[in-house]
Structures are given as C-alpha cells and as structure tokens.
Design a protein around this ligand. Structure first.
Ligand SMILES: Cc1cc2nc3c(=O)[nH]c(=O)nc-3n(C[C@H](O)[C@H](O)[C@H](O)COP(=O)(O)OP(=O)(O)OC[C@H]3O[C@@H](n4cnc5c(N)ncnc54)[C@H](O)[C@@H]3O)c2cc1C
Length: 287
C-alpha cells in the first residue's frame, strides 16, 4: 500500500471543503470495506483519505413527514437493527442482513455501498423498490437525485468530485404494502450476489395497486422492471399471476456472464427468486 495523508473532518461541511480543495488527489473513506481492498490492490492511488467516520450527524436514521432518512454513514448493522427500518422499510433490512458477515455489516455503510455503485450491491435493489432519493452536497450546494438517476454504469454515478452523499430518503412502507429482497450467491452466506431482486407492492381491495420491482447483478446498473410492474398492476394475487410475472422478470433481465455466473443462469434464476419472494409474502392467501 502506498503512503497517504489521513484527514479527519469533524463535520460534513469540513469534509466537503477538504474534498473541494484536494480534488482527485483525495478519496472519502467511510467503512473502508471497498476502498481499502482497492488500495491494497493498488487499483486506486489517493494521496489523501478523508475519513468520514467521526461525523456523527451522518449516522442518524430518522423519520420525517412520511419518509425515513438514513444518514450515509449508517452502517448495515445500524440499518439491520433499526426499529424504524424494520417497520417502514424492512426490505432494506433484509438486504442489510445479507451483506457479508457481521464484521462487514459493522463497518460497511450505505453511502459507501451506493458510491461504489456495484450492480451486485445488496443495498441498492431495496432502495430502488422503495422509491428512494439521494441527497448530495458539494461546494455548489445541495441536490436531491432519484435513485434511478444516480447510477450511470458499473462503478459510475452522477456524483461530482466534491460531492458527499449526505442521506438516503424513502417514503415509508404502509400497512397495505408488502415486499421482499432475495439474493442468490455462490454460497448461502458470505457471497456477492449472482442475482438479486427486491419488490414493493401496494395492495388495495385484494388487488395490486402499484408495484416496484428492481433487479440486481443482471445489468450494468440495478434496473426496474417496467413490463412486470404493468403486468401486476390492478391484478388479483394468484399462483398463475406470480408464475406469469416471474417469466416476465426473467425476460427483463439483461444479464452478462462473468466470474460469478453465466447470463443464462442469471436470467433464469432471477425469475425463480422473484417467484419465491412473492409466494413467501402471499403465503396466507395462496393455496
Ligand atoms: C469480505 C467482503 C464481503 C462483502 N460482501 C458484500 C455483500 O454481500 N453485498 C454487498 O453489497 N457488498 C459487499 N461487500 C462490499 C462492501 O462491504 C459494501 O459495498 C459497503 O457498503 C461499502 O461501504 P464502506 O462504508 O465500506 O465504503 P468505503 O470502502 O469506505 O468507500 C467505498 C467508496 O465510496 C466512497 N464513499 C464512501 N462514503 C461516501 C459518501 N458518504 N459520499 C461519497 N462517497 C462516499 C469512497 O470514497 C469509496 O470510493 C463486501 C466487502 C468485503 C470486503
């Protein structure tokens, strides 16, 4: 590992000011579970690390006006144990608990997961399904970006050089909402996703009024499934609808092959994961 300066800002403002001053030479450091691996492999060579981990205000998880806001420095252990997330965004909790081992969950932050922008990141499909927005602050001010507009490719986002991810907000899941997150990896635990799926369905009068379905690891970024969402809208839950929708999910997958899997397997298994998730959440009404 090459030597670097270590900077420890006490506030988000100070961190942004440092990054604006140092530009490309510096990287933000959160939990370090992605960045330190890249540093060790010499894949990145920052001259300075701006350690965000002492900025307590960025670790808060709070509710406001029908939404839940998660500070970018909240770890996946914080998210996995938050009563607010359990009540109003439990699909993100399901994703959090699938990330690495408890040691990784203790260090890994949601902001780092998002900034790293892996299409296989387990924290990202749940926030697509929840309809989240991401607040960014840089020298030129604050902007709020819909999660779907944030990612532009593998490892690529709209984040500007001096911008810090401040928080991730999403509308609360209501009592009539049902949802799930499911992933499959090489092993049952401690494995990066070969494919993952998250969904939130708003149910009214026994019918699906609104559906948001997001797929991970089957395209250059996490993607929504517009055809499947339209197919589900207005329909009554049944075994045959779930089978039809699972086929539609597979058809919307745009998987490529890599070290972890083949495209054929990913396109197939994403439908299986979706079907399992749907059957779990509707087990009370399905035969
Ligand atoms: C053994 C192991 C297992 C893993 N398993 C999984 C898994 O199962 N699922 C999964 O999704 N991931 C997994 N990961 C990847 C990693 O843990 C996550 O992506 C994690 O959430 C990254 O967060 P971090 O806080 O560690 O980010 P860091 O490594 O500190 O930072 C990552 C990147 O984000 C930038 N950054 C961090 N915070 C901010 C911010 N607030 N604003 C702007 N930029 C920021 C940094 O500059 C850096 O470029 C694993 C990693 C390891 C080492």
């Amino acid at each position: 590992m090459r030597p670097f300066d270590y900077l420890r800002p006490k506030s988000a403002e100070e961190a942004i000011e440092m990054k604006a001053r140092l530009g490309k030479k510096a990287s933000f450091l959160a939990g370090g579970t992605d960045l330190l691996v890249k540093l060790k492999e010499d894949a990145v060579r920052p001259e300075a690390l701006i350690d965000l981990s002492f900025i307590e205000s960025l670790k808060e998880i709070r509710e406001a006006d029908g939404t839940v806001a998660i500070g970018s420095l909240a770890s996946y252990a914080d998210i996995g144990s938050s009563p607010l997330i359990e009540r109003f965004g439990y699909i993100l909790r399901q994703g959090a608990l699938e990330i690495g081992a408890p040691q990784i969950q203790n260090a890994a932050t949601i902001g780092g997961n998002i900034a790293n922008a892996s299409p296989a990141a387990d924290g990202i499909p749940p926030i697509y399904a929840l309809g989240a927005h991401i607040t960014l602050v840089g020298k030129e001010g604050r902007r709020v970006v819909a999660v779907e507009d944030f990612f532009t490719g593998p490892g690529k986002t709209v984040l500007k050089e001096d911008e810090l991810i401040i928080e991730i907000g999403f509308p609360k899941m209501m009592e009539q909402d049902k949802g799930f997150f499911k992933k499959i990896g090489q092993r049952k635990a401690l494995a990066i996703s070969k494919a993952s799926v998250a969904a939130v369905l708003h149910i009214a009068n026994g019918k699906i009024e609104e559906a948001r379905v997001a797929l991970g690891a089957v395209a250059p970024t996490v993607i929504r499934c517009p055809k499947t969402e339209t197919l589900l809208k207005g329909r009554k839950i049944s075994g045959s609808l779930i089978e039809e929708a699972a086929k539609s999910v597979s058809s919307e997958s745009m998987a490529i092959g890599d070290v972890r899997s083949t495209p054929e397997y990913r396109d197939y298994v994403i439908g299986v994961l979706f079907e399992r998730g749907m059957r779990n959440i509707f087990s009370d009404i399905l035969p």
